[in-house]
Ligand binder design. Structure first.
Ligand code: 7RM
Length: 635
């Protein structure tokens, strides 16, 4: 039996039991056998969820890039580490070997060092899906600087908030980015963000589109010449296992994004171990995760997990529908992809298109199909399973979060029998619990509850940057001695979990987490708006779409409604990004409120979903009369 590579259901149960009975011995063996450490740990695990404090492998020394790069040079130096597939299908794909990647990361380290970056500094990375993105991420890790990647679809305001929250002094960006037939002006977005960030003294600009950009003297430099001049070696900084590796922002129920802090040691061990098992990774495989590195899925399963295993990982610059809806399937054929990992929203969008886009291509290289980001509905599951996997490649529905660092609940392909809409069993070492509203654990099966995790796992986020109290309040106060996920789940008679969705004010639109509060804040900035409430409602491609209920100030009443809607969505695009735009807007006379002044979103959710038969108890409302007015306005 090998704890590191699970091959049968029996083995899964055995290893799972061991990981729960004696987590420390279990994780110690995994850590010892499969990674390079400069020094071993003093303790495998110390934890106290009431503080909360969690330390894995404390006292150990390592650099994650020695595990992702250096240790592969001897045995697989000429193997492709990153396979870059550009936006333009006519352009040549780039094979970056482990040797090349090591060299480019080292050069980047020297460039960063020369531009003032040292251990512990925060570095903001605002780049499209080009090799420089992965290279900069790894270079930060090698220096011991903390990377904060901001998805390059975020607006300048969202970027500025994130730069300031963790006080970055340097930003790495590009002139522009290609997205399908469009070109985005990344550098000018950075320029306007930096008007709010006086502490940023350096901006390094990668050349991608070649478009003309403004370069601010003394602050902005082109990356390319610096890389050429830089020395091609760089000794990895020796880090403590508990030192922060990166910050990644996720939206919450207040306007301010939460900078989740991940650590070096535990994150490495857990992402590598989950990658190996959940994708049944073998040496000759070509792994493709379609996420952007700006999200946790890209951090863990494009960069760190695959590279720690010496895998070939694909980085795709483009979008699923350019030049046509066959692009994903074309790439699978072209590079003989063995594991394909994408989001339900992409599957649903492509399932709407003609099947000819799929059948044109040879997809027989595929062995595992992954899904992540939101619940995958039954129809999409079957389409994926039948048309992409031809019933031969198990669908792994992987549930996890930015906060968890790695996959938490998922089938192991060829091991766990799959059932549509179920993420099935907890992964090795993960101890989920369902809680009732009174805060007690539900032990029976065939029940639904709020999903918590009872015991620490190596890749859990350690804090929220600059606000440990918020970390505690958000995740560790709802239920005693448990991490609360914010999701609801159902557990069936064999113990399989189905994630039913968020139970808080976060809405998942096309796989992107959107907090309602920041969107409402953006809307309320419009001078004509008095108040607003955002809810989600089911949408057949996006999973959920946003519905905004808005009351206007007196002078707003006279304004043209269509223009107002456009301006409001424009405001949202500026403050957050186009992904947060509202699908529907309804101007109403009043919002339903409780006596304590809280907006009753529950009622608005029902109205938005056209489910007005059963509104539940509205007697506690301060203003029950507005409900009928809103219903009338929708029809
Ligand atoms: C990896 C990622 C986290 C939230 C999470 C859930 C939802 C993610 C699934 C899912 C049902 C899944 N991180 N979610 N995966 N819901 N089934 N397989 O997406 O921080 O961006 O989002 O996404 O609500 O709490 S995330």
């Amino acid at each position: 039996m090998s704890n590191y590579s699970i091959k049968s259901l029996e083995e899964y149960f055995q290893v799972y039991r061991k990981s729960v009975r004696d987590p420390e011995t279990f994780w110690e063996e995994i850590a010892e056998e499969h990674f390079d450490w400069r020094r071993k740990w003093d303790n495998v695990l110390q934890w106290d969820f009431s503080k909360p404090q969690v330390k894995w492998f404390d006292g150990a020394q390592l650099n994650i890039t020695e595990n992702c790069l250096d240790r592969h040079l001897q045995i697989r130096g000429h193997k492709t580490a990153i396979l870059f597939e550009p936006n333009d299908p006519q352009a040549e794909a780039e094979h970056i070997t482990y040797r090349d990647l090591h060299e480019r990361v080292c050069r980047m380290c020297n460039v960063l060092k020369e531009n003032g970056v040292s251990r512990g500094d925060r570095v903001c990375i605002y780049l499209p899906m080009i090799p420089e993105l992965a290279i900069t991420v790894l270079a930060c890790a090698r220096i011991g600087a903390i990377h904060s990647v901001v998805f390059a679809g975020f607006s300048s305001n969202a970027l500025a908030t994130r730069i300031n929250d963790c006080d970055c002094k340097i930003v790495i960006t590009s002139d522009g980015s290609y997205r399908g037939a469009k070109i985005l002006d990344l550098k000018s977005i950075v320029d306007s963000a930096l008007e709010e960030c006086p502490q940023v003294s350096h901006v390094l600009v990668a050349k991608r589109t070649g478009q003309k950009v403004q370069m601010k003297a003394g602050r902005d430099k082109w990356l390319e010449p610096l890389m050429e001049q830089a020395y091609a070696d760089f000794p990895a900084e020796i880090m403590n296992a508990e030192d922060p590796l990166f910050i990644l922002y996720t939206s919450g129920s207040t306007g301010k994004p939460k900078g989740m802090v991940h650590s070096c040691g535990g994150y490495m061990v857990y992402t590598a171990y989950t990658f190996k098992n959940i994708f049944q990774y073998r040496e000759e495989d070509i792994f493709w995760c379609t996420a952007d590195i700006g999200w946790i899925t890209g951090h863990s399963y494009i960069v760190y997990g695959p590279l720690a295993n010496g895998a070939t990982t694909v980085m795709f610059e483009g979008i699923p529908t350019y030049p046509d809806s066959g692009r994903f399937w074309e790439i699978i054929q072209k590079h003989k992809i063995t594991q394909f990992y994408t989001a339900p929203t992409a599957i649903r969008a492509l399932a709407k298109e003609s099947l000819d886009f799929v059948t044109k291509y040879d997809l027989t290289s595929l062995k595992v199909l992954g899904s992540v980001g939101e619940p995958i509905n039954e129809e999409a599951w079957h389409w994926y399973n039948n048309n992409i996997g031809k019933g031969q490649s198990p669908v792994v529905d992987t549930w996890w979060q930015t906060e968890t660092g790695g996959i938490m609940i998922s089938p192991i392909p060829y091991v766990t029998p799959t059932t549509p809409t179920f993420a099935t069993f907890p992964f090795i070492g993960i101890q989920p619990a369902l809680m009732d509203d009174a805060g007690n654990e539900i032990y029976e099966n065939q029940t639904q509850g709020k999903l918590c995790i009872k015991f620490p796992w190596p890749s859990m986020a350690r804090s929220i940057w600059g606000d440990h109290e918020r970390y505690k309040n958000t995740y560790f106060t709802a239920f005693d001695n448990c991490y609360f996920t914010g999701d609801g789940a159902f557990r069936d008679e064999v113990g399989y979990y189905r994630i039913t969705g968020r139970v808080d004010d976060v809405i998942i639109v096309s796989g992107h987490n959107l907090g309602t509060a920041p969107i409402e804040d953006a809307i309320n900035e419009h001078p004509a708006v008095a108040e607003s409430a955002i809810v989600g409602y089911p949408h057949d491609v996006k999973g959920n779409a946003l519905y905004g209920f808005i009351t206007l100030k007196e002078f707003g009443e006279t304004r043209d409604r269509d223009n107002l809607m456009k301006e409001i969505n424009q405001k949202i695009a500026e403050q957050i990004g186009p992904i947060a735009k509202l699908e529907k807007i309804l101007f109403v006379d009043g919002l339903p409120k409780t006596r304590s002044g809280k907006i009753m979103r529950r009622i608005l959710r029902k109205i938005a979903s056209n489910d007005t038969e059963n509104l539940g108890d509205i007697s506690t409302l301060l203003n029950p009369e507005v409900v009928q007015n809103i219903i009338d306005a929708t029809s």
